[in-house]
Design a binder for this molecule. Structure first.
Ligand SMILES: [Ca+2]
Ligand SMILES: [Ca+2]
Ligand SMILES: [Ca+2]
Ligand SMILES: [Ca+2]
Length: 479
């Protein structure tokens, strides 16, 4: 063997044999190690057969139950975590009808269901969402389990994977149609706080005949453009003045979401979202009423990069999603609507990750409707009416703010501003290429912009209020 050929071979052997240091590095309350990524093969996943893994779970709901409550067809959640501290990640699966499953990871991609002896089977409820998190600070993963119609409950882990359901003293009592849980220490006191998204525990479609729930049966007219829901339907219906539609809309009410502050040791105290300075609207005002939206997903994630967990709530139907920005002390303010200009109509799920690796978190929202046209034709959309008008606030004649907003919208149909506000008009025209600006028909001195984008509707720029921050997370939508 020539010396050169020997050298190449030696280098090849060295390269192939280069190993990654995969020893665990211990930290305060955590440990980490490098991944030894195989040099061969392709990225992706390999489907493992249930006969190999032992995971035979299926969430089926009987027709006899569904005929009484169709919302039970929405499914249950899955949670991952090492519940018994053996270093292997275990899997919890929530079941709508019957016992939940807790698959202990026994190694080699094999699992055994220990839900019964672990004390988390809870067959007495319609389990929906789950969360494995250490809420009492003893360094083992506890289970928060919510159910359609309740009870929502905390199961404390003894450290070995045996759980004890806590009673009402945990503070999570609810009979709402809960769907999912998000946990984060929102106020930085070291204790994980909770946000539970709610849908509705039932639908009137299963209880009230079409004739009985007709508009004139449910609603009484009090005068010109004045309506009220009759007393016996107020728990389930509300009338909404849809200025953008030029009329009144009758809507089924949803269950308000739940925010819980962890008072320490896994004792939760519910704080309302309305009339609470912790939650304020885009203009910084506390909310007058609890938001009622059909919530299906909620997630805490730091979306603006200030280190504090923000909150994104994805809602079904035409209820807008809610994007709450945390001020770092656990106070939330709704992000300006144009921070995310459109959302899924039938939002089903949401996730956060840096998909293009530029260091900024991206947001993925899954919609119910398929992108595939064949499949789409087998689905029933919600026939949502055109989007609602929105009113936002900007400093008057602030070219920088208007520039930021116009850039945020990147909307070629932004096409009007108050004629006398030449700065705003020129700025918008230069960005959007839409000229000329036309005279606003709005009253007072407020400049405004009209957008005909299908997702943004009419916008009025009023004369005071919030400045625009750099709140432009990348948005990826899929279905
Ligand atoms: Ca384990
Ligand atoms: Ca714990
Ligand atoms: Ca906290
Ligand atoms: Ca943040």
């Amino acid at each position: 063997m020539s010396r050169r050929r020997f050298l190449v071979l030696a280098l090849l052997i060295a390269a192939c044999g280069r190993s990654v240091d995969t020893t665990w590095q211990e930290g305060d309350g955590h440990r980490w190690r490098a991944l030894d990524v195989p040099r061969r093969g392709t990225p992706g996943f390999t489907l493992l057969d249930p006969s190999r893994t032992g995971v035979t779970f299926a969430n089926t709901v009987s027709d006899s139950l569904l005929v009484r409550n169709r919302i039970l067809a929405q499914g249950g959640g899955v949670c991952f975590g090492d519940v018994d501290g053996d270093g292997l990640v275990d899997v919890f699966l929530a079941r709508t009808e019957g016992p939940n499953a807790l698959y202990r990871n026994v190694g080699g991609w094999r699992f055994e269901d220990i839900a019964q002896r672990a004390g988390v089977a809870a067959p007495d409820r319609y389990s929906t969402g789950c969360m494995l998190a250490d809420v009492d600070g003893d360094r083992d993963l506890d289970l928060i389990l919510v159910a359609l119609g309740g009870p929502n409950a905390l199961f404390l882990n003894d450290g070995t994977g045996r759980f004890t359901e806590q009673g009402e003293e945990a503070g999570l009592k609810s009979s709402a149609g809960s769907t999912t849980i998000a946990a984060a220490d929102v106020n930085g006191d070291g204790w994980l706080d909770l946000y539970i998204a709610n849908y509705k525990a039932y639908t009137t479609l299963d209880h009230i005949s079409p004739q009985e729930r007709a508009f004139d049966q449910v609603v009484r007219q009090l005068g010109p453009r004045r309506y009220e829901v009759r007393e016996r339907y107020r728990r389930d219906y509300r009338v909404v003045d849809r200025e953008d539609l030029g009329g009144i809309s009758l809507e089924q009410r949803a269950d308000p979401d739940l925010f819980y502050r962890n008072a320490g040791g896994g004792r939760f105290i519910r704080e309302p979202i309305a009339r609470n300075p912790r939650f304020v609207d885009e203009q910084g005002r506390p909310l007058a009423e609890e938001p009622e939206a059909f919530g299906l997903a909620a997630m805490f994630a730091d979306l603006d990069g200030d280190g504090a967990p923000d909150l994104y709530v994805a809602n079904d139907f035409e209820d807008p999603d809610q994007f709450w920005l945390n001020d770092g002390r656990g106070n939330f303010r709704l992000a300006p609507w144009y921070a995310i200009r459109s959302t899924s109509n039938s939002a089903m799920a949401v996730d956060v990750g840096d998909v293009n690796r530029d260091g900024r978190p991206d947001l993925l929202e899954a919609d119910m409707l398929s992108l595939d046209t064949r499949r789409l034709k087998t689905q029933l959309p919600t026939h949502t009416a055109p989007p609602k008008s929105r009113t936002i606030s900007l400093p008057p004649n602030d070219a920088a703010a208007i520039t930021a907003m116009a850039r945020a919208m990147r909307n070629p149909s932004v096409r009007a501003a108050r004629e006398s506000d030449t700065t705003a008009c020129a700025t918008i025209a230069s960005i959007t290429g839409c000229t000329p600006c036309r005279t606003a028909r709005t009253s007072g001195s407020a400049p405004y912009v009209t957008s005909r984008d299908a997702s943004t509707a009419t916008v009025r720029l009023l004369s005071s209020g919030a400045a625009i921050g750099g709140l432009l997370p990348h948005v990826v939508y899929t279905s």
